[in-house]
Design a protein around this ligand. Structure first.
Ligand code: SAM
Length: 519
């Protein structure tokens, strides 16, 4: 998972839209007709989903659709249909349709908030419509989710949210579905969020299902988070706080790449709490700063900075000038690590390897400013699993930041939690083991490997490390907590080694995992 790609682009500006988006232009299909969809809803039950779409004249369909809501709807459809990332699809849609300022902020919050909270809204929609959401046409369900988020997650007045969303339903799905939308949304406006959460909590069959519905996470993710928290000193008592933290938009963190910039190069930012390289932007667009545009300062989660700093800080005997980043794309940690190597050995070699060509190009871009400090940077495209065999014992330090489910960075990609499934874990687990094995083989005796994931799932963290270490002679686990204490500006507290596991709700970082291994 790349914080470089996710941060900033995935931020929710939030905002009280009041009636700015709630008045005028809405379809009035529901007005004066009581709860027209109730009758229709019962007739719809048992129909095939596509029967929910009814035809109406195009002129009638497009009348009065609010552009910001329409943009959010189109992005949701695109995300569902093409597996696209919302933070990549939305900006061009806003630009093409000339949606700017408060309207763009509204569309952004509506899109990201709806995607992130769709599990909660589906449970509410199911209760309010008295039907399983899987029986709804996907387009109708997306419109209902958008309406639910306006009513329960933004401060759009109920009448405006209903009328505008019914207008959207009419223009995208047709008249019949718009009546269903009208009825369901009216029911949703009848209760405040807290009451809905009690109701969906009471509907849940067990505590995991309750947490999943109330905090909008897949149940298997709730279970995985509970197991991972249980392995930490404070235990899993703060599971709900973690799930809530996943639902908040993270502040934009910046990394001041050592030797390339100073914190003063960015106004409007505060120092990070832990990493001496970190800044927290108070607001605005990081791209507004020349130092960010030129790559002297990067956008990077503070947790990612901490693990890269710790990987560089482990004392090693003998030469310390040949470093490898085995899975470098898009290059955030590689750029920080290479800047650190430049300070230690300006004639050193930093190899940044990445399997995907397009991501290797991103690595090249991330590293461009660092090249001035460290001429010996080599960006390669290749399978990291082969490097242990082709270059055994060549490197003093190896960072292996493995591909993972990204469950530690759910704050950044609103749709990602719904994309993953437990079945991803076995394929990833195999790849993670092979990459770590290769990293260990590529490291010289006495060197160090840093195994990193942005997932706290035990199957991607300690189980991988313990499994590989069992099969590797001469490799020893180091106390990563102790090493981290030496680089963090403040004690991180409640971490018990040998592994480092950071958490959004405890540390305000992504849930990065770090194991340090001496070869
Ligand atoms: C978690 S990301 C790395 C993030 C990166 N360290 C950073 O801080 O920007 C994992 C990367 O591993 C790459 N990858 C996946 N399989 C790989 C393989 N077999 N060899 C090398 N890289 C691989 C993915 O394309 C992805 O870019």
């Amino acid at each position: 998972m790349s914080e470089g790609e996710n941060q900033g682009g995935g931020r929710d500006p939030g905002g009280d839209r009041g009636s700015g988006h709630g008045s005028g232009g809405g379809q009035r299909g529901g007005r004066g007709s009581g709860r027209p969809a109730q009758g229709r809803g019962s007739r719809d039950r048992g129909r095939r989903p596509d029967s929910q779409r009814t035809s109406s004249r195009p002129s009638e369909r497009n009348r009065g659709t609010d552009p910001a809501r329409r943009a959010a709807y189109d992005v949701l459809r695109s995300v569902a249909a093409t597996d696209a990332y919302a933070n990549l699809v939305l900006p061009p849609v806003l630009t093409e349709r000339q949606i700017r300022g408060r309207d763009a902020a509204f569309a952004t919050e509506l899109t990201y908030g709806t995607l992130r909270m769709q599990g909660r809204y589906d449970a509410i929609i199911a209760h309010a419509s008295r039907r399983d959401v899987t029986s709804l046409d996907a387009e109708v369900l997306d419109v209902l989710r958008l309406g639910a988020h306006q009513v329960l997650g933004m401060r759009v007045p109920g009448h405006a949210a209903v009328s505008e969303t019914v207008g959207l339903a009419r223009s995208t799905c047709g008249t019949g579905p718009s009546q269903l939308v009208n009825a369901v949304l009216r029911r949703i406006t009848e209760r405040p969020l807290a009451e809905w959460l009690d109701l969906i909590g009471a509907d849940a069959k067990d505590e995991t299902a309750r947490l999943a519905a109330v905090h909008s996470h897949p149940a298997w993710v709730v279970r995985a988070m509970r197991s991972a928290l249980a392995q930490t000193g404070p235990g899993d008592g703060d599971l709900e706080a973690l799930l809530e933290a996943d639902n908040a938009s993270p502040a934009v963190n910046l990394v001041v790449r050592p030797g390339l910039a100073d914190p003063e190069d960015v106004s409007d930012a505060d120092p990070g709490r832990w990493a001496p390289t970190a800044l927290v932007l108070r607001g605005g667009d990081p791209g507004a700063f020349e130092a960010v545009r030129s790559g002297r300062i990067g956008v990077q989660d503070e947790g990612s900075q901490l693990v890269a700093l710790a990987a560089a800080a482990v004392p090693i005997e003998g030469p310390d000038r040949t470093w490898l980043d085995l899975c470098a794309g898009p290059g955030g940690k590689a750029a920080l690590s290479a800047a650190l190597l430049a300070q230690r050995a300006p004639d050193g070699l930093f190899v940044a390897n990445e399997v995907a060509e397009h991501r290797a190009r991103l690595v090249e871009q991330s590293m461009s400013a660092v090249r001035g400090l460290l001429p010996g940077i080599e960006v390669r495209t290749g399978d990291g699993r082969e490097i242990g065999g082709t270059e055994p014992g060549r490197y003093d330090r190896v960072l292996v930041d493995v591909p993972c489910t990204g469950l530690g960075a759910l704050r950044r990609r609103p749709e990602s939690r719904w994309r993953r499934s437990p079945s991803d874990l076995s394929a990833l687990g195999q790849l993670q083991r092979e990459l770590l094995t290769s990293a260990l083989a590529a490291t010289r005796p006495g060197g160090v490997v840093a195994y990193v994931t942005c997932s706290p799932h035990l199957a991607e963290t300690r189980l991988v490390v313990e499994d590989v270490l069992k099969r590797t002679d001469g490799a020893t686990l180091l106390d990563a907590v102790e090493v981290l204490a030496g680089v963090s500006a403040e004690p991180l507290g409640d971490l018990d080694g040998p592994y480092v596991q950071l958490w959004p709700h405890r540390h305000g970082t992504d849930a990065m995992f770090l194991a340090l291994i001496r070869t």
